[in-house]
Design a protein around this ligand. Structure first.
Ligand SMILES: Nc1nc2c(ncn2[C@@H]2O[C@H](COP(=O)(O)OP(=O)(O)OP(=O)(O)O)[C@@H](O)[C@H]2O)c(=O)[nH]1
Ligand SMILES: [Mg+2]
Length: 303
């Protein structure tokens, strides 16, 4: 399989814009004492970032399994379409302004009504406890501790809003499945998270995180099915793709786990949902996620 990886000339103009941004200092809006056990962020500014996604111009994925963003026509021939590396996402016309110049913690909410009312588009990270949601958020914004992480499942317990570039939100959510927290609390997380998904008008896409280093789990398949049945836009983010095959993990490589997961959820969706392989250790997929977010966000803002 010969991959031709190039940095597209189409991306370069907006990349250069983000190289020379000045550093901004942020002041927290809420006190760390406001909601105990919820998110507390650090008072540091992120380095300006510039996504440099790898584009694969020779697709390895059948056309019907590609995620084709709006206003992209790939019928003229596959050789003209461009796919973000480690994903099934075709690059469209809305991938501009993908860089991060500022990221700040805004607030923790325990129900939808408490969430910020700015009307900014938002992207929410959900998945099993410990799958790597908070770590991925930190990887995306290039900050080690903006979102709090832990080896112990159940660290994130609220709907945590992080404002990016003063114009959109990344939202860190509690996990589902096993967590070191009482049953009633976990049930509560499931309820407010689902209510948030069903009714939050500014939610552009749910990012459903799946551990790419292990075979598919029923609880994840059920979650994907629930999102599909409720027609909630979803992107599958495969995490921990730096962990290579181990016997105890079913002996399969992340690529195979990703492929298997697609097959198992195909019947729940009319069209293939977008997916991206990531690692918060190597930062694989970070730039590709940013371009994907930009495509969805810019289209959402325009319509
Ligand atoms: N090898 C590897 N480890 C990871 C990766 N992402 C997260 N981890 C580890 O997985 C553990 C859980 O990470 P978190 O980011 O706290 O997971 P979470 O999904 O936010 O967990 P909860 O908030 O408890 O639901 C930590 O020990 C991380 O260091 C990854 O990409 N690769
Ligand atoms: Mg977390």
């Amino acid at each position: 399989m010969a991959y031709l990886s190039v940095i597209l000339p189409t991306i370069s103009p907006f990349i250069s814009r983000f190289y020379h941004n000045t550093t901004t200092l942020f002041v927290h809006r809420s006190s760390p004492f406001f909601l105990p056990r919820c998110h507390i962020s650090t008072l540091t500014a992120p380095a300006p970032t510039t996504p440099a996604p790898t584009i694969i111009s020779i697709p390895q994925i059948p056309i019907e399994r590609l995620f084709v963003p709006p206003e992209v026509d790939i019928s003229s021939g596959m050789h003209t379409s461009r796919i973000l590396a480690g994903s099934n996402i075709v690059l469209g016309p809305y991938g501009n302004d993908a860089g991060i110049t500022a990221a700040e913690y805004v607030k923790s909410s325990v129900n939808r009504d408490q969430c910020p009312a700015d009307g900014f588009p938002e992207f929410a990270l959900v998945g099993r406890s410990n799958v790597g949601k908070s770590s991925l958020l930190n990887s995306i914004v290039r900050r080690k501790k903006l979102a709090l992480t832990s080896k112990k499942p159940g660290k994130t317990q609220c709907i945590n809003h992080f404002r990016i570039n003063d114009s959109w939100f990344l939202v860190d959510l509690p996990g589902y499945g096993y967590a070191s927290a009482p049953n009633t609390l976990r049930k509560n997380w499931v309820e407010f998270t689902r209510d948030y998904f069903l009714h939050r008008k500014t939610l552009v896409s749910v990012f459903l995180l799946i551990d790419g280093s292990i075979p598919a789990k029923k609880i994840d398949l059920d979650y994907a099915r629930w999102l599909g049945e409720n027609k909630i836009p979803m992107t599958l983010i495969f995490t921990k793709c730096d962990k290579r095959k181990k016997k105890k993990n079913g002996g399969k490589r992340p690529e195979q786990n990703v492929e298997d997961f697609q097959g198992l959820i195909r019947e729940f969706f009319e069209t293939a949902p977008p997916w991206i392989m990531t690692s918060s250790i190597t930062h694989q997929g970070r730039d590709e996620i940013l371009v994907h977010i930009a495509q969805l966000r810019n289209y959402w803002l325009k319509h």
